[in-house]
Every structure is written in structure tokens, then in C-alpha cells.
Design a protein around this ligand. Structure first.
Ligand code: ATP
Length: 623
């Protein structure tokens, strides 16, 4: 039996926050509410059509899935109705009371932090709740396909909503699907004008697969979208503008596509592909699930957007793959194990990468947008997609010590005499890396160094890669020898300072530091700084060790201390040989200084301060 009472519910905290922002925003581009509601209605029709493959009685001889927009100037309401899957009572409570997508949650947080978050609303959209920009009260009447109950959800924004069984009149009218009735605010009455409605539908929702009917008090309902599967049309019929519109409605996006890929594969399997690379970053790009959103259709019927049609490192790609040969009733297991899908996945991935290659060559501006937004994601492929690693490495762009963003091809073209390796340094900020002492020898020789600051860089660089036969080498690892490369820029330390006695100095420092380091060596990479720390040539890079130890995934190994024999502090060690306490102070200072330059704290900060004070006071007294 149906519960007859009206029950009040509170919104999840994030929803209340979002609604508050929505109601108080001075955002002028309120049009987006309509595309959000039409997009939800279309999703509901897609779901119905999919469920009806196994249960045809869900559609039966009832209305085919479609969307109706009904302006009513007398009641001052705008209704968006669909004959899609509908929602039962619990679904109304769950779906229209919470924010499920964590990307949207992150977005709301950003919105709240931003001084003027209104620009962000227009950029990303917030689904159903955006309707509160134009309505002060919303009523949702819904009947789940095949269900006997009809429920009404009502809210005026604020803290919560009510759910009650629908009136008999409403229940008789809504035979399947959902009716969303917006009681428009005074300043939103323009949305009752049919030309406004048509303008917005044409701009954003023309590619919706189901008929969108405009229903007016007089005259027959009229279809106002083209409802064609654009990807099935031939390229020659379509303009850049058609594609941009399709991108916006298929991906529910607000930006312009930076790359469009449209083709039809014929042969063993036939399928149409329409894919886009966005030009801006979505909020859920770094979600742990790393899910893609490319939609799988079978003969124009939407099946799922959860078929992992792209590898995780291309999860930002949006669009549709529509197969002619797959069965309509694909189960979850089949989605994972179907050899035909695996084949499609592989072929399309290869195609997307070659399209990116071409874009990089022919349209650097748009390629840069993609790399700027998604480079950190594509680089995940460098350690995940062994087969395409070389291609991905060639696509990659890096900030280097030259101050520019460069490809490895450009890097290799600028190699210095006798330089046989590609050098890089991994860290957490370009500014900090630029002042890293390990760059000194490279700088003195005019050798370019890649400065890598994305968290993922520490991982892929651990794989010992090569480009064009040149190994990639970390400047924070042991076995770097710059000696064969001629020095182009002499440094003051070179000329002014006599070098310290190597064997003697190293023995003294080793004795002082004991097992705080694995070794002490003379550096060829330092010219002005006194010391730096490096990892052994076979262990992980120091930046990777740092990340792993922060995540408690592995202990740090002791580093190697490299010293600059021409630096006065190092020269002072041998001079103080007879004074063990002073040698200890100087040696630890060399170690601790190097740690600080790496952005770390000395192991014993109090000891460090005491040492520093002692040495400074001695210096002051001696001066
Ligand atoms: N017309 C509808 N028919 C059936 N279910 C709906 C309808 N409108 C919304 N819903 C349900 O409510 C949920 C929340 O909708 P909302 O628009 O807030 O987010 P979304 O559609 O999941 O994401 P977004 O619109 O931001 O891409 C939907 O996922 C869907 O389950």
C-alpha cells in the first residue's frame, strides 16, 4: 500500500550550499538550466531504452521515449517532461537530495571558495539544481517505468524538500517518466517565450537523440531539435560549428573542443567514432577511479558510458563509439571480456594518439591547450602503456631550464658537444628546481635540463626511458659525469678557489657523518654550491622516494653526499683536520644544507641550529 503522508527531508550539506550560491548568485547566463534538465531527460530516455531491451514491456505500446517542454503563461510555469525511466520514491530522495558525483562536490567547494564563483557555474554546470536559478519552487512528479506508484517531490530550495504520493490527477497524467515543473521567478519569465526556448534548445540540445517537442496551448506539439545521430552522418556534411555543438550536447560540456576525431571503421567490425578532447580540465580528472566517459552505442541505442573504451590515461576524451555488430543486450561481464570491444578499444586508442600527433604538428595552439590541461594524465601512459610509450614520449612537452615548453625532439636538436643523455630533475615546483644546486654543472655547460613537477613524473621517470637512442637521466641520481661536455660559462669558484685535497677531505667527512650517508663523493655537477644529495645510480630517484615515504610505502635509503672541492666550506674541512669538533660541525652542515636545498628539514633541526650558531660565532669572533 502506498504511504499517504508527506515526508520532509533535508538536503545533504553540499546541496544546501550549492542552492544558497545558486539563489544568491548574480549569474546572468541562466540559460544553462534548460540544457541541464533536457540532458537529464535524455539520459532518462536512454536508460529506458536500454532497460527495455531485456524488458520490452517497459515501453509496451506506451509513448516512445521523448521529451516535452511546456510553457504555461497563465500558471507562470515551465514544465520539462520526459517519458523515460522515471524515479521511484527512494530514487527521488537519493538523486534529488544529494550530490553523487565527487567531481561536482569538488566543484561546489571551489565555487564556495571563489570570490565570484558565478563564472564557474557557466563553465561546468551543476545538473538539476541549476533550475533554482530561475525557479523559486520546483515540483517533480515521477513514475518509474513499470511502476504503479507516482510520487511528487517539492522544494523551494533552502534546507530541504518534501516527498508525497501524487494526486490522482497527476498520477493519471504521468504514465511513465518524469515531469519537472518550474515555478518561475519574476525575472525568469522570458523562458516562457517559445523563441527563447527554441534558441536554447538549438544552441545546446540539438543533438539530443530523442524528439524534443514544444507543447503550446494552441496548435499541435512541434519538434524543435533535429534528433539525429550526428556521428552517423558524413564528415563532408558537417561544419566545425556542428561539431562544437555536438561536443557540448554529447559531453554536456561548456568549453570548445580542442580536438575532434570523426570517422567510420569498416572491415572486420564496423563502428562510427566521434570523439573530442576538451580544452579545459574537469574537476574529477584525478579521481582515484580514473574512469573514462566515452559512450558506447549499439546501432544508435545508448548502452553505457562505463565500458572503459579508452585507457585510463586518455580518460579526458569524450564522445561516442557506435557499433554496428555488437549485440544490444551486452551484460556487464560481456563489456569486460568481449574480444570485439577489446579490438575496438585498441584501434581507437591508436587512432586517438595519431590524431594527437597530427594536431601537435599542424595546430600547436590547440595541442598546447590539451597538453596544458591533460599532460599530467597522458604521462600516466608512459608507465602504463608499454606498447605506445615511445609515441607518448614524443608527444610530451616539458618545461626546461631554457624557460620554454619543449618536446624531446627539440631537446635532442639542441644537444651540446659530447652530450649523449637527456637530463631531467624532478621536484615540486619550477622555482625550487631552478635554484637546485644539481643544475650548476649543466648550467656551466649550457646543457638544457627538463624540470618535472607533476606528481606523476617521479613514477614514469623511474622506468629508465630512452628517446632517439638517448637515455633519460635524473640529475639527482649517482652516475652523472659532465666532464666530457665542455664548459662554456666559467664560474667564480673555478678561478678563485684552490681545490681541497680530495682523499683527505672525503675521509674526514665520511668519518664525521658515519651512516647518515651511504657515501661521500666529489661532484662534477656542482660549481657554486658546496654540496648536494643524490640517490645511488640504481635506486629510485630521490623525489620518488620522498613521495613513496610520504605515503608510507617504503623506507628511504640513505643518500650519497656530493661535495664541491672548490667551495670554501669544503676547503675548510681539510684545514680544520686537527679539530674533530669543527670537522663534525662543517660536515653535518654540508649534509643539512643539501637537505634544505631539497626542500627537506634537517634530521635534527635543533642540532643544525646549534652548529650554525657555533660556526657563525667563531666566524664573527675571528673577523
Ligand atoms: N528526468 C529525470 N529522470 C530520471 N532521473 C533523473 C531525472 N533528472 C535527474 N534524475 C536523476 O537525478 C540524478 C541527479 O541529477 P543531476 O542533474 O543533479 O546530476 P547528473 O545528471 O548525475 O550529473 P550532471 O547533470 O551534472 O551531469 C541523475 O543522475 C538521475 O539519476
Amino acid at each position: 500500500m502506498t504511504d499517504t503522508a508527506t515526508v520532509s527531508h533535508s538536503f545533504q550539506a553540499e546541496v544546501s550550499e550549492l542552492l544558497h550560491l545558486m539563489v544568491h548568485s548574480v549569474y546572468s547566463e541562466t540559460d544553462i538550466f534548460l540544457r541541464e534538465l533536457v540532458s537529464n531527460a535524455s539520459d532518462a530516455c536512454d536508460k529506458l531504452r536500454y532497460e527495455a531491451i531485456a524488458r520490452p514491456e517497459l515501453i509496451g505500446d506506451g509513448e516512445p521515449p521523448q521529451i516535452r517542454i511546456i510553457p504555461d503563461k497563465t500558471a507562470n510555469t515551465l514544465t520539462i517532461a520526459d517519458s523515460g525511466i522515471g524515479m521511484d520514491r527512494q530514487e527521488l530522495i537519493d538523486h534529488l537530495g544529494t550530490i553523487a558525483r565527487s567531481g561536482t562536490k569538488a566543484f561546489v567547494q571551489k565555487l564556495a571558495e571563489a570570490k565570484d564563483g558565478t563564472g564557474l557555474i557557466g563553465q561546468f554546470g551543476v545538473g538539476f539544481y541549476s533550475a533554482f536559478m530561475v525557479a523559486d519552487r520546483i515540483t517533480v512528479i515521477s513514475r518509474r517505468a513499470g511502476g504503479s506508484e507516482v510520487w511528487t517531490w517539492t522544494s523551494s530550495g533552502g534546507a530541504g524538500f518534501e516527498v508525497a504520493p501524487s494526486s490522482e490527477e497527476d498520477a493519471n497524467r504521468v504514465t511513465r517518466g518524469t515531469e519537472i515543473v518550474l515555478h518561475l521567478k519574476d525575472d525568469a519569465k522570458k523562458y516562457l517565450e517559445t523563441y527563447e526556448i527554441e534558441r536554447i534548445v538549438t544552441a545546446y540540445s540539438d543533438n539530443i537523440q530523442f524528439p524534443i517537442m514544444l507543447v503550446q496551448p494552441e496548435g499541435e506539439p512541434r519538434q524543435i531539435n533535429s534528433a539525429s545521430a550526428l556521428w552517423q552522418r558524413s564528415k563532408s556534411e558537417l561544419s566545425a560549428e556542428d561539431y562544437a555543438k555536438a561536443y557540448k550536447s554529447i559531453a554536456n560540456a561548456f568549453d570548445e573542443p580542442a580536438m575532434t576525431l570523426h570517422y567510420r571503421a569498416e572491415g572486420r567490425y564496423s563502428y562510427a567514432v566521434l570523439l573530442f578532447a576538451p580544452s579545459t580540465k574537469p574537476f574529477d580528472l584525478f579521481e582515484p577511479a580514473r574512469k573514462g566517459k566515452v559512450k558506447l552505442y549499439v546501432r544508435r541505442v545508448f548502452i553505457t558510458d562505463d565500458a572503459d573504451l579508452m585507457p585510463a590515461y586518455l580518460r579526458f576524451i569524450r564522445g561516442v563509439i557506435d557499433s554496428e555488430d555488437l549485440p544490444l543486450n551486452l551484460s556487464r561481464e560481456m563489456l569486460q571480456n568481449n574480444p570485439q570491444l577489446a579490438q575496438i578499444r585498441k584501434a581507437v586508442t591508436t587512432r586517438v594518439i595519431s590524431e594527437l600527433e597530427q594536431l601537435a604538428e599542424k595546430d600547436a595552439e590547440n595541442f598546447d591547450k590539451i597538453w596544458e590541461s591533460f599532460g599530467a594524465v597522458i604521462k600516466e601512459g608512459l608507465y602504463e602503456d608499454f606498447e605506445r610509450r615511445d609515441k607518448l614520449l614524443a608527444l610530451a612537452r616539458f618545461i626546461t631550464t631554457s624557460g620554454e615548453k619543449r618536446s624531446l625532439k627539440q631537446y635532442v636538436e639542441g644537444l651540446k658537444e659530447n652530450q649523449t643523455e637527456i637530463y631531467f630533475l624532478v621536484g615540486d615546483s619550477i622555482e625550487r628546481l631552478k635554484s637546485n644546486p644539481r643544475l650548476e654543472a649543466a648550467k656551466a655547460r649550457g646543457v638544457e635540463v627538463l624540470l618535472l613537477t607533476d606528481p606523476v613524473d617521479a613514477f614514469w621517470t623511474s622506468a629508465r626511458l630512452e628517446f632517439d637512442g638517448k637515455p633519460l637521466k635524473s640529475l639527482s641520481q649517482g652516475d652523472i659525469n659532465f666532464d666530457p661536455i665542455p664548459v662554456t660559462e666559467s664560474t667564480p669558484a673555478d678561478e678563485a678557489q684552490p681545490a681541497a685535497d680530495e682523499a683527505n677531505t672525503i675521509a674526514l667527512i665520511k668519518a664525521s657523518l658515519g651512516d647518515h650517508v651511504t657515501d661521500v663523493k666529489v661532484s662534477t655537477r656542482l660549481t657554486t654550491s658546496a654540496s648536494c644529495l643524490v640517490a645511488g645510480s640504481h635506486g629510485p630517484d630521490r623525489e620518488l622516494e620522498r613521495i613513496l615515504s610520504q605515503q608510507a610505502r617504503g623506507a628511504r635509503t640513505k643518500p650519497i653526499l656530493e661535495i664541491n672541492l672548490r667551495h670554501p666550506l669544503v676547503v675548510a674541512v681539510a684545514k680544520a683536520a686537527a679539530d674533530k669538533a669543527k670537522v663534525d660541525d662543517l660536515s653535518f652542515l654540508l649534509l643539512e644544507q643539501a637537505q634544505i636545498l631539497d626542500g627537506e628539514l634537517p634530521e635534527d633541526p635543533a642540532g643544525f641550529a646549534a652548529r650554525l650558531n657555533r660556526l657563525v660565532l667563531q666566524g664573527v669572533a675571528g673577523a
